[in-house]
Design a protein around this ligand. Structure first.
Ligand code: GLU
Length: 450
């Protein structure tokens, strides 16, 4: 492993704005960011937007939003500035002109039908890749390796050229990118040499495939990073999942904090085999993160979902109290509004199926109604209204009526919240308090026989 000690680490994420940030791109950004953070280096964001047709403000924004959401702060780049800007390729024309004339002077270029091409020295190129190891590319045959174009007849630049120029100009020490660029790398090395520049270290990461081994397309579920926030994934969970795409802490742990990843991360330990994308695992991790997250962070993530659903709450404390009992069970924050709404308004909806099943039952509702009335009577007598007293009282009532606990739990839950899924019944009733609970039970008893 080439140690970066003594060399200042500068990595970069160089996305082309396509209108979406693919999970593969997000992982590339993440690994570059981790590597820079590990070595107290600099993480640069450079937007490769020479394709004018795709270069919209919206497409640029998708990238910035995605990186912000994942918490991948860049040290130089758009919105940040830096000594080697501008960081949009579309604004760097003058630099490319200058490099082109350098190559011209060195006799490396020729014109071909209006395009400018680079004359390959036709040699063998050796790449010592940090992940893939030593690879020898034989570029001696122009039939298999034609000279690359640097500039099109319309004056626009070709990726290979501007990518290399910018990596030189921005003093990039490590190019960490997808394996799909591996075959470009010998051509890039030729350009570095022709420009008299030392090539950076290269690390080509394995591709991310679907579980069936097919190539992941942008339409595959979970492929667009932008789809995660709206579903209620926690950014720390998705970031954790992305870390596992090609890398692992080697001790079977799946849940691992980002600071630990930074401490353990090594490029030469990245798996050389392609990574399989597994949305179910990401979903599972999200549930684990939500479960273990502290309540303040959970509340911070929850608030936008509740606001969007038009839910309001009397105080931050009352919101936290509700979220605390919802938190252990909920897997995606997207589902929060439905779970939370019965705590903050009397106008919550009753799920028809749940009413039919748990309140009305098969015996025309008389028993549903009678059970709620029996519960109301027992609860009304409680000297102390808390979850454990409610639980004891419900169980005693069940014995008295000669029914199973569940035969009281289900109608009580549906009467109190309109739904058959949700937080623990006793915790929920404790928060609702005696007044609201008993009113809802009375309304439920009527619904049962309606
Ligand atoms: N714009 C290129 C891409 O998105 C960058 C490749 C690289 O990292 O060098 O694929």
């Amino acid at each position: 492993m080439n140690s970066p000690i003594g060399m200042s680490v500068r990595t970069r994420f160089a996305p082309s704005p396509t209108g979406l940030l693919h999970v593969g791109g997000a992982r590339t950004a993440l690994f570059n960011w981790i590597y820079a953070r590990k070595h107290a280096g600099v993480f640069v964001l450079r937007v490769e937007d020479t394709d004018h047709s795709r270069n919209t403000q919206e497409a640029r924004q998708v990238i910035l939003d995605g990186l912000h959401w994942l918490g991948l702060d860049w040290d130089e780049g758009p919105q940040k500035g830096g000594s080697f800007g501008p960081y949009y390729q579309s604004e760097r024309n003058h630099i490319y002109e200058e490099y082109l004339s350098r190559l011209e002077k060195g006799g490396h270029l020729y014109e071909d039908h209006g395009a400018i091409r680079f004359r390959s020295p036709r040699e063998k190129v050796i790449l010592q890749d940090e992940i893939c190891g030593r690879i020898e590319f034989d570029l001696t045959n122009p039939g298999t390796h034609p000279d690359i174009t640097l500039r099109r007849p319309d004056g626009s630049w070709i990726f290979h050229f501007v990518n290399v120029v910018d990596d030189i100009e921005m003093k990039i020490s490590h190019v960490i990118r997808g394996e799909d660029h591996l075959s470009n790398t010998p051509k890039h090395i030729e350009l570095y040499k022709a420009l008299g520049a030392e090539p950076p270290r290269f690390a080509h990461m394995p591709l991310i495939l679907n579980r069936d081994g097919s190539k992941m397309s942008k339409r595959d579920e979970g492929a667009a990073l932008g789809s995660y926030p709206e579903q209620g994934y926690a950014p720390e969970a998705v970031r954790n999942y992305l870390c596992l795409l090609g890398w692992s802490p080697k001790d079977n742990r799946e849940m691992i904090s980002i600071s630990e990843v930074i401490a353990l991360f090594e490029l030469n330990q990245i798996n050389r085999r392609n990574a399989a994308f597994d949305l179910a695992k990401c979903f599972w991790l999200n549930g684990q993160y939500l479960l273990q997250m502290d309540l303040a962070r959970y509340t911070e993530l929850a608030i936008p979902f509740l606001e969007k659903a038009g839910i309001s709450w009397p105080s931050y404390e009352s919101l936290e109290q509700v979220l605390a009992i919802v938190k252990p069970k909920l897997k995606l924050l997207r589902d929060l509004p439905e779970w939370v709404i019965p705590f903050f308004t009397e106008e919550f909806p009753y799920d028809k199926e749940s009413v039919a099943k748990s309140l009305q039952g098969n015996d025309r509702g008389e028993s549903g109604s009678a059970r709620l009335e029996a519960l109301s009577t027992a609860f009304a007598e409680l000297p102390l209204w808390n979850a454990s007293a409610l639980e004891t009282s419900l169980k005693e009532t069940a014995i008295k009526l000669g029914v199973k606990t569940g035969e009281l739990v289900h109608p009580a839950r549906v009467a109190a919240s309109g739904r058959s899924v949700g937080p623990g019944l006793y915790e929920m009733l404790e928060i609702l308090g005696p007044e609201r609970t008993l009113i809802r039970f009375a309304a439920g008893a009527i619904k049962a026989i309606a």
